[in-house]
Write a protein that binds this ligand. Structure first.
Ligand code: FES
Length: 147
């Protein structure tokens, strides 16, 4: 805990203990129970392709790459548009990158990092996902159905 010296506008001053400082300096003991919420079956996604699903009323892009899956909010870091606003294609012509149909940005499927386009160096916003029992699942705070 620390001590602060406060000067009042009227010229009076006094010492107060920095209670917030004391609270913030203590380790936070927060118990967050994480659960898995299924987004889709892995087989819903063709190999090396992507689909859209709804999660917490948001459109999510789920990409399948080999035995892995990755998920991102369907919101381009350039102008905030949905990647598929002008086209249904979520995958670029090179069949590798995620593709924003608005201005052509290309994103690495495993990281969401923009490798070309007007938002180069920025990234899609990811969701933490894993594959469990043949389903692509997002780690959730437990407010949705569990696997
Ligand atoms: S909105 Fe996606 S590249 Fe411009």
């Amino acid at each position: 805990m620390s001590l602060f010296y406060i000067i009042q506008p009227q010229g009076y001053s006094f010492w107060v203990f920095g209670i917030m400082n004391a609270i913030l300096s203590e380790p936070l003991d927060i118990d967050i129970a994480m659960t898995l919420h299924p987004l889709c079956q892995v087989t819903d996604i063709e190999p090396d392709q992507a689909i859209k699903v709804l999660y917490q009323e948001q459109e999510i892009i789920v990409v399948r790459r080999g035995e892995q899956a990755f998920a991102y909010y369907n919101r381009c870091p350039h102008a905030g548009a949905k990647l598929d606003m002008n086209s249904e294609n979520l995958i670029s012509f090179d069949q590798f990158h995620l593709f924003c149909s608005v201005h052509g940005a290309l994103f690495h499927p495993a990281t969401g990092y923009c490798v070309a386009g007007p938002c180069s160096g920025q990234s899609l916003t990811p969701l933490p996902v894993t594959i469990r029992e043949g389903k692509v699942c997002v780690f959730s705070d437990g407010t949705h159905d569990e696997v």
